[in-house]
Design a protein around this ligand. Structure first.
Ligand code: ATP
Ligand code: MG
Length: 450
């Protein structure tokens, strides 16, 4: 079907490579207007009626061709942001350097971008706040230029609202047919322009169940360290897409193979060869994938807490040995160190680091259940997350933690007097039943306070 392309024209890219542009007529592809959101169609038609070019592009076209449901529909046009704004009452222009139009339809936002060009051949050019080369970004009036600055050929297919054809500037149709992730242009140059493309290659390979083409995969290992130059806030956004979208475990494995995970979580690198730590990371990712795929509530805080747990545990033990501080203090210091170090690479927002600390702190408290402590722990807003975490630890950390997790499981399954019986039955680590806590005498105030 795809090979029955009706129009071929040859062109030269960058004076070197030969590229073939194909136009696939409506009858020769499977994208039906019914699968495109009504609002996206409205925007495309209105732009087109006003005399502009208008295309659906990127993930929307790719996913429709693959028979998947697109997450959103992005549109590109030769109209400038101001021209777009004149056409739509419900339009907001966003972005400072490169303005985009957001057309608002209740909850649905259709993003309309003006074509951009052109590829840079100078990998030392200045970088934007996002870590991308600045020359990679300038408005253009050419759809071809817009296509060739995109990352992978499967992401550079344009659905033309004027005649419902698809324009393929970079061999994307063939790549979809061969299930192949391939960069447009010279891979090393494209990674240098924007190193995040290495993460995107992995993400699309797992999400779409495709292979990374050999030439696209080849430079990754050597260039992985370029990720160190990417702002930590952008890497946080990317890490959500990698680990909180249902393919976390697959992404983790592939990122490790390419040496990319090690750049995102350097403090974890020494633990990747440790069986127990790896098993724990794997469990955490499996849990998260399961929850995401089943539309259950999941927070990145839980996953980050789990990924960094082996690092925290060892760090806290070291501090304990070095300083002789009480265990709680050692853990608090270790938490600060581990999170500070991680946030230099991936800027985890404060609302999540707060939860991470709570989950960790509760791990150090869940074995202290005597008196009314169990009740108070149970009422803690993070109890459920901390319990799930403990259960996961039980799978890898041995009998004692497993028994503790089971105790808490039972505690949650019973009520009232049964709970008190459970608390009364707690044995200490030497196997002796815990003594009833002695009633404390009221503390006398020190003399100098009297
Ligand atoms: P998803 O389904 O994950 O949203 P997507 O392909 O739509 O996939 P986006 O991140 O939404 O991915 O980007 C939209 C399009 O913009 C991509 O399809 C690609 O054409 C282009 N693009 C995005 N990021 C880059 C990049 N770093 N370099 C080059 N092109 C990019
Ligand atoms: Mg998208």
């Amino acid at each position: 079907m795809i090979s029955r392309v009706i129009d071929f024209c040859r062109r030269v890219v960058g004076g070197k490579e030969q590229q073939i542009t194909s136009v696939i007529a409506r009858d020769n592809h499977n994208i039906s207007r019914k699968a495109i959101s009504d609002n996206a169609l409205k925007v495309l038609y209105r732009l087109n009626k006003a005399g502009y070019q208008a295309y659906l592009v990127g993930g929307g076209v790719r996913d429709l061709l693959l028979g998947l449901k697109p997450k959103d529909f992005d549109i590109v046009t030769n109209a400038t942001p101001d021209e777009i704004k004149k056409l739509f009452r419900n339009c907001r222009l966003v972005g400072r350097r490169f303005r985009l139009a957001h057309i608002l339809f209740g909850r649905e936002v259709i993003e309309v971008a003006t074509f951009r060009g052109s590829l840079t051949d100078n990998p030392d050019a200045a970088r934007s706040d996002e870590g991308m080369l600045l020359r990679d970004n300038a408005y253009s009036d050419s759809v071809e230029e817009d296509a060739l600055r995109r990352d992978f050929s499967i992401n550079a297919l344009y659905y033309n609202i004027a005649d419902y054809s698809i324009i393929d500037f970079a061999g994307g149709m063939q790549a979809i047919e061969n299930r192949r992730i391939e960069l447009i242009g010279d891979p090393a140059t494209r990674y240098r322009e924007d190193p995040v493309r290495m993460l995107r290659a992995v993400r699309f390979a797992t999400k779409l169940d495709m292979d990374i083409a050999p030439a696209t995969a080849a430079p990754i290992q050597e260039l992985a360290s370029l990720l160190d130059d990417i702002p930590a806030a952008r890497l946080f956004e990317e890490s959500l897409k990698l680990f909180m979208a249902g393919h976390g475990l697959d992404n983790f494995r592939m990122l490790c193979d390419y040496g990319l995970f090690q750049r995102l979580f350097p403090s974890l690198t020494p633990f990747l060869s440790d069986q127990r730590a790896s098993r724990f990371i794997q469990l955490a990712l499996e849990n998260t994938d399961y929850r995401v795929r089943n539309d259950m509530k999941s927070t990145p805080a839980y996953l980050f807490a789990a990924l960094l747990w082996p690092v925290l545990d060892i760090r806290a033990q070291d501090i304990l040995l070095e300083s002789g501080l009480p265990s709680n203090d050692a853990y608090q210091i270790a938490m600060n160190e581990v999170l500070d170090e991680q946030c230099r690479h991936i800027a985890i927002p404060r609302r999540f680091t707060t939860t991470i600390r709570e989950i960790w702190t509760l791990q150090t408290r869940l074995d202290k259940r005597a008196g009314r402590r169990a009740e108070r722990l149970f009422e803690h807003p993070r109890f459920r997350a901390a319990y799930d975490f403990l259960e996961m630890r039980g799978e890898v950390e041995g009998k004692e933690i497993k028994a503790l997790a089971e105790w808490w499981k039972e505690y949650q399954n019973v009520e009232g007097a049964e709970r008190q019986r459970l608390v009364a039955g707690i044995f200490d680590s030497k196997g002796a039943k815990r003594r009833k806590p002695r009633k404390r005498k009221p503390r006398r105030k020190p003399n100098n306070e009297q």
